[in-house]
Design a binder for this molecule. Sequence first.
Ligand code: ZN
Length: 471
Amino acid sequence: MRARLRLFLASAAVIALGLSARAQDSAQPDEALFRAIYRELIEINTTESVGDTLIAAKAMSKRFTDAGFPESDVQVLSSGPRKGDMVARLRGTGAKKPMLLVAHMDVVEAKREDWDFDPFKLQEQDGFFRARGAIDDKAMAAIFVATLIRLKNEGARPERDIILALTTDEELADSPHDGTHWLLENHRELIDSEFSLNEGGGGTLRDGKPVSSNIQLSEKVYRSFRLEVKDPGGHSALPRRDNAITRLAEGLIRIADYEFPARLNAVTGAYLQIVTRLDTPEVKAAFAALAAGDNRPEVLAPLSKKPGYNAQIRTTCVATMLEAGHAENALAQTARATINCRLLPDENPDDVERALKKVVADDRIAVIPLGTVVDSPASPMSPEIIKAVEEISADLWPGVPVIPTQSGGYTDSRWLRKYGVPAYGVSGIFSEEGKSGVHGLNEQVGVRQLFDAKLFLYRLVKRLSGVDRPG
Ligand SMILES: [Zn+2]
């Protein structure tokens, strides 16, 4: 009797395990292929200085043709020397417009002497994969390649084509070779889609435990200005209070003291609703006031004085660089500052320029916009996509909330959104805050976390392409 009960309990446990993420995880049939793709991508150096994304694009296209994708559905494109993009398409029934998966192949520079190991050799150690690109963005790139090949091997018939674009130059600001931008501009037909999945989301671990899973729906818009004062100068032994440096400094103080008006959009409203729940009563009250349309600075102060919240609720501008003068013993003839602004996605850049001029309130301080603005609207809160992310996330990480986010920085999603392809930043890759080494030293991702992300994205792609219908 006892033995039979134990046997019963044991088989019940096996059934329960069979449904859990961990068991499915170890059962991923394409683990060996995925590992080979991941290693190959990481060990092809794709830095700007000495690397080559065209080699990586060719290597990944070979993975697809070797897996039986017709050559006409796999393209390698190049916008310049050592610059490659790759587009592969898994055909669906055509009942729906395609979906696009995007990952960039280029990586941030990494110097061997600064790291604890060779950044361009994949290491697996102490439960981590370590290398430059271990997360950003070769994790998603390798997962997407393996996923498309797996779906083909499984004979999947999605309701829509699934397109994968592996791109170059995402990490370089304003590169004319940025693959996502370049493809949208020059080969739109290859990647035209109803929506896209990209980097920019992910999960947060605290002491190894998953606490939140993010879906990135919008990004603030990057815009810098130069402030410049010209002056005849003169001898510093005969100073005037009205000189270029003092004038500029006073203008900078007025900018520092200015707050752009606070407001919420659908994404930040949903985000703050969730994250302020765990905060102080003052912060909760300030959020409730803002949500009710009250944007008086004194009411919102508890939100505004925390940089993380402040960046969510308003456009911000801050001085980041300063240069003035030509000699220790002379009055400056030129004083310049760089102001870096991060605009709410629906803010008009011309309005920001006008606001800065008004705040500076000095005709002798020129306010000059720098670079180009990529104004990209927030992606719509698509119930179909959010529900799919929530359900798969709940299955893999029970009890961990899915939080819609607006990033302060940008990814290639800005181009997708600008060109009318709504982008959703989701990866399922969980990491400890500040410990992943992304863009820094000793980049790493947990082996377990990477395989969970792989399973998450495989299921999400199936669900959103109609291989797996909800319900
Ligand atoms: Zn990236």
